[in-house]
Design a protein. Structure first.
Length: 297
């Protein structure tokens, strides 16, 4: 049985840990509110932009081709893995690693075997993980969440877009956590490049062709709107991941605080039992000593 001093030391240690996890939960909750507001404002904008782009491309048919729509044999692949800079967020980061590994084992198994898979890591945890796996890395975005903005994400998007235009990559896929609620994050693997043609719903009814008036020219609209849409898609994925991170950390710290409370109850019970046993032993020793002294007289 542990001594009273050891149990008391463990109680103090667990209490300190509980205070830290409780504080981290409160910080994560405050950051989550801001991150959730950002993604809720971004989603309608991104959806509307994609809708405009779909309408534009469908109206032009094959009149204007985009360099981001080029369909090539998939030999070289870029995976954009979005994690966090810090840990203590439960399975938030490990789920991304599992998602990427699943892609490498199934969809991109041939490219992985040939060593033609490159990773663009957004977040320190992703960078460290894939460097250990000795995968080729594109760029360095390990501290992008320190000053998260569209401009910082735009640089990463432009690197991926430039690689696709130059033929360095034949396909670009994003892997990130989509924010659903505080306790739930869904791992998504979405193709960023080449652009996937919009499909009409199966229930859609034939309609008359709409004669659009383009201002400025179709070519200029395509050259401006498509790159902007791609950057917005990546920025939205990063915002989703940011909100998911704070939700996962808040949940993990809440659970850690509860576990610390349960451990404290167990340790205090052990402490009281050990103390009671020590007092009983002392009483028995005193009584035994008194009886021995009386018997010696």
């Amino acid at each position: 049985m542990a001594s009273l001093k050891e149990v008391r030391s463990r109680i103090i240690s667990v209490q300190s840990t509980q205070q830290i996890t409780k504080a981290m939960k409160m910080v994560a909750a405050a950051k989550l509110r801001r991150a959730q507001d950002n993604i809720l404002r971004m989603r309608p904008y991104a959806q509307r932009l994609n809708s405009i782009l779909s309408n534009l491309t469908s109206s032009m048919e094959n009149e204007v081709a985009s360099e981001y729509s080029a369909q090539r044999e998939v030999r070289r692949v870029l995976i954009i893995a979005i994690t966090s800079d810090r840990g203590l967020a439960g399975a938030f980061n490990s789920n991304i690693f599992k998602g990427v590994n699943q892609l490498l084992a199934t969809r991109y198994s041939a490219q992985a075997a040939a060593g033609n898979v490159t990773v663009l890591a957004i977040g320190k945890r992703a960078h460290e993980y894939f460097v250990r796996r000795r995968l080729p890395m594109l760029g360095n975005y390990i501290h992008i969440f320190g000053s998260l903005s569209f401009d910082t994400v735009r640089v990463a998007a432009e690197d991926a877009m430039q690689g696709f235009r130059a033929g360095q990559f034949d396909e670009v896929t994003m892997v990130y956590n989509e924010f659903k609620n505080v306790a739930t994050q869904i791992v998504r693997a979405e193709q960023l490049l080449p652009l996937i043609p919009a499909e009409a719903p199966a229930t859609a009814t034939p309609t008359a062709n709409v004669d659009y008036i383009f201002e400025p020219s179709k070519e200029e609209i395509v050259q401006t709107l498509i790159p902007q849409s791609l950057k917005i898609q990546l920025y939205k994925a990063v915002l989703e991941s940011n909100a998911s991170e704070h939700g996962a950390r808040m949940t993990a710290m809440d659970k850690a605080t509860e576990n610390a409370g349960e451990l404290l109850k167990s340790l205090k019970l052990t402490y009281n039992r050990t103390r009671q046993a020590a007092i009983t032993t002392e009483i028995l020793e005193i009584v035994g000593g008194a009886e021995a002294l009386a018997a010696s007289r």
